[in-house]
Design a protein around this ligand. Structure first.
Ligand code: C5P
Length: 399
């Protein structure tokens, strides 16, 4: 999978830089074209001569070559790359990346990179456990960067704990698996619903809910990154879709969402129903703002909205799949399973409101995926981007 891929290998000043030589060897052997970018302190640990000999390219470290004035364009490099991997990534570089402190070629290249970025932290255990490091790593994760978690073991300081850079063989494998997954949904069309619906009471008021759309948008980004064409039917949210393979269809109410889904579903290979659709809408919508003067109480009569997932479930062809979500407070697994049956879904993603960090408005989620065949997989609390990957893996390559 690495053959012909353009990879920027960023090396920073840590003892683990000696392992970067092996990583470079492995990437080149697998057929990748590798451009090494090294920080000034990285050169204290490993010599550019070794790196340029192995990569077959001059190593880039400064913004320009002093004697010729030749400028090294971090912008061009950022565009050239199919992936950037920073291994080892020190606490200092992670902090600079997290905060946009672009005082060297590596960080400017990182800020210019359009390609996916992998970060393999390596540092002493106390530095690794410091709240500042943890916060910066979380920031990188929230930018969509992939963190290659350091392992626990003996460190250069002779202390034992978490901070060892992941082994080069595993890093090369992670990159290879990543490129394989990028192609896995090529040619597939996926319909995803996201966000809340707003059910109008009058021109200025509505009934809504706390859904932020983050989970649905994370699913859309992950599916598009794997090569799928995504139709994202979205209620009113603040999140924006980034990947150009995502076509956003903005809707407001459940009825509008249903219409959009009915139009899109026939062409879809799969639908993922992630929206928090309002169960009820006001029976009447006032044409002008309901006034307070003259009426102390207002009674709202609500009527049931259609169940979009169940409607698509009825229309589903044998070559189509549907995944739904269930947000439960009690009797979770049993309720989720009966929802799966009732709506004719192939898979249901259960998130419990009891779990801290799961559900509405958070950047993380903790889910259990239940398939039609009865398999139940529980996942730990993870960023929504990673939960999205688990959901797509389960839907398209069930075990
Ligand atoms: O029945 P409940 O609302 O708990 O079901 C949740 C699942 O059904 C979610 O996948 C949600 O997107 C979908 N749903 C829907 N239309 C509705 C209600 C829920 O598509 N009116």
């Amino acid at each position: 999978m690495l053959k012909g891929k353009h990879i920027i290998l960023g090396i920073t000043g840590g003892i683990a830089a000696y392992k970067s030589v092996t990583l470079l060897r492995l990437l080149v052997k697998a057929g990748a074209e590798v451009q090494v970018v090294i920080t000034p302190s990285g050169k204290e640990f490993i010599t550019p001569v070794t790196l340029s000999a192995l990569s077959g390219k001059p190593v880039v470290s400064e913004f320009f070559t002093a004697n010729t004035g030749e400028w090294h364009s971090h912008v061009d490099l950022g565009l050239w790359a199919d992936a950037m991997v920073i291994a080892p990534a020190t606490a200092s570089t992670i902090g600079k990346m997290a905060n946009g402190i672009a005082d060297n070629m590596l960080v400017t290249t990182y800020l210019s990179a359009k390609a996916p970025v992998f970060v393999a932290p390596a540092m002493d255990l106390d530095m690794m456990a410091h709240p500042s490091t943890l916060r910066n790593i979380e920031a990188l994760r929230s930018y969509g960067n992939h963190i290659i978690e350091p392992a626990a073991g003996e460190l250069a300081s002779k202390l034992v704990g978490k901070g060892r850079m992941e082994e080069p063989e595993r890093i090369a494998e992670i990159l290879s698996e990543f490129f394989a997954s990028r192609e896995s949904l090529k040619g597939k069309k996926i319909l995803i619903t996201a966000g809340p619906t707003h059910e109008k009471i009058d021109p200025v008021r509505f009934i809504g809910n706390y859904s932020s759309g983050k989970m649905g948008y994370a699913l859309a980004e992950e599916a598009a990154a794997r090569g799928a064409d995504v139709a994202l039917v979205s209620g009113p949210v603040d999140v924006k879709a980034i990947n150009p393979r995502i076509r956003v269809i903005e809707v407001e109410s459940a009825l509008e969402m249903l219409d959009a889904c009915l139009a899109e579903f026939p062409a879809a290979d799969a639908a993922i129903m992630c929206a928090a659709v309002a169960d009820y809408r006001p029976a009447e919508r006032a044409d002008s703002k309901i006034k307070r003067e003259g009426c102390s109480d207002v009674e709202l009569r609500l009527v049931a909205n259609p169940d979009i997932a169940a409607t698509l479930g009825k229309a589903k062809r044998p070559d189509q799949k549907i995944a739904g979500f269930a947000l439960e407070t009690d009797n979770e697994a049993a309720n989720a399973r009966s929802k799966l049956e009732r709506k004719n879904l192939d898979m249901i993603v259960l998130n419990s409101l009891r779990d801290a960090g799961a559900g509405f408005r958070t950047d993380t989620n903790k889910v259990t995926i239940i398939s039609r065949s009865g398999s139940v997989r529980e996942f730990p609390l993870k960023p929504k981007s990673e939960v999205a990957a688990d959901i797509l893996d389960s839907l398209f390559s069930p075990e």
